[in-house]
Design a protein around this ligand. Structure first.
Ligand code: GLU
Length: 418
């Protein structure tokens, strides 16, 4: 049975695997070629019983999936969300495998998740749940094995609790177990905004090639990624005309004063309730006539029903999988350029790699060193994806897949698995 890979149907994946494998190895049955990437290597599941503040016990389904480790230890975040399922974690773990390969860091791909609505549990319940997650999965993760990080609704604080729990169980300090930690526990300078900075670097590389100086931007999602990206693009002189969070958004055709907004917004606020602003719904934001549309929230925001109404020239995918397979096919035949998630949002995992390097070497870098190195990795990845799209005559998404899959399969081949 084929698995649903979101933006990337199994058909595309197999075609890409097949083409790449033929280039690196002649012969072999097609079925063998695609099997290697069709299923995750290891899937761990648990039903976590959690003592709630009122003394009752609730069960939370939890997952950790190590999709492929041919290129190195598996790497990827843990999300807390009410819609988490094994199928979703599997898809995201696959995306991490390709993403790490696209930016050419020595990691495979993994992902974790807990099916929980984080707004419905208290802070102390969240801490106990984070620690329980580690108690349930500590045997399967490790600095040389599988390295988690933050993802949707998880943050530095949660990574701090998880690191502490892991180190307590193992009885020694192992900061390389997790990335996206607080600085005080071995976190990296620049990690908190790395995903956003990476996206801004990729966008500017693209604009430079197209000789475009300044763009009008709409951003869906004002969490860590969206809000930091708004600030970075604003600082670089671009005009942010609309931003939104889960409740709704605001628009100002003259350009939103992002610094003012950034100062007032605490992340739990409600953008649409801010004073003296023109409101806009999430649906309307996606359909704005802007140069660049940035979905920076969750999956499947651009789909069959709204894809015909998208007017932006460029979509920079900062969320994972924000465009459905069907919508992607429509966009491919339109004039909209999609800069895919596995390239656009890879800045986070890249600085996670830097954090891990600092942890295992015990030598810590300045913010400038981190950001310069991030720029070098992102620009190299952009150029290689661009080159692949020219050589293989395909769009940027397919090119990023070709590049990433080729690298994973080369490692599989070197291991004697192909
Ligand atoms: N959750 C982020 C992602 O999807 C970061 C993963 C990491 O740093 O390991 O890319």
């Amino acid at each position: 049975m084929d698995i649903d890979l979101g933006n990337n149907s199994m058909e595309t994946l197999c075609k890409t695997c097949s083409i790449q494998l033929d280039k690196i190895k002649n012969g072999g049955r097609f079925i063998d070629k695609k099997e290697i990437l069709k299923t995750p290597r290891k899937t761990f599941t648990a039903n976590i019983p959690l003592k709630m503040d009122d003394g009752s016990v609730e069960i939370f389904p939890a997952f950790r999936i190590q999709y492929n480790d041919a290129r190195g230890p598996t790497k990827g975040g843990i999300r807390f969300h009410q819609n988490v399922s094994q199928e979703e974690v599997k898809k995201l773990a696959f995306l991490m495998t390709i993403k790490s390969a696209v930016v050419d860091i020595p990691f495979g791909g993994g992902k974790g998740g807990v099916k929980v609505n984080p707004s419905k549990i208290s802070e102390s319940e969240k801490e106990r749940l984070s620690r329980e997650y580690i108690r349930h999965f500590h045997r399967f993760i490790g600095p040389e094995q599988d390295i988690p990080a933050p993802d949707v609704n998880t943050n530095e604080k949660i990574m701090g609790w998880m690191t502490d729990e892991y180190e307590k169980i193992k009885g020694r300090k192992l900061p390389g177990i997790l990335t996206g930690k607080p600085l005080s526990l071995g976190g990296s300078k620049g990690r908190s905004y790395a995903t956003s900075l990476g996206g801004a670097i990729i966008l500017e590389e693209y604009l430079k090639e197209e000789s475009i100086d300044r763009v009008e931007v709409a951003i869906q999602g004002f969490g860590n990624v969206g809000s930091n990206l708004a600030k970075i693009l604003h600082d670089k002189g671009h005009k942010i005309v609309a931003v939104s969070d889960a409740e709704g958004g605001i628009i100002d055709n003259e350009g939103i004063d992002i610094m003012d907004l950034y100062g007032k917004y605490d992340g739990d606020g409600d953008l649409s309730k801010m004073k003296d602003v023109e409101e806009i719904s999430n649906k309307e934001l996606l359909e704005l006539d802007v140069d660049v549309l940035i979905p920076a929230a969750i999956e499947n925001q651009i789909h069959e029903e709204n894809v015909d109404k998208i007017k932006a020239n460029i979509i920079l995918e900062m969320a994972n999988s924000p465009v459905t397979t069907e919508a992607d096919k429509v966009l491919e035949n339109s004039n909209t350029v999609v800069i895919p998630d596995i390239l656009a949002n890879a800045g986070g995992v890249t600085v996670s790699y830097f954090e891990w390097l600092q942890n295992i070497s015990h030598e810590y870098w300045t913010e400038e060193q981190v950001n310069n190195k991030l720029k070098a990795y992102m620009v190299r990845a952009f150029k290689q994806v661009r080159e692949t799209s020219e050589n293989d005559e395909c769009g940027l998404r397919e090119a990023a897949y070709i590049l990433g899959i080729r690298r994973v399969l080369e490692a599989e081949k070197s291991r004697g698995n192909l």
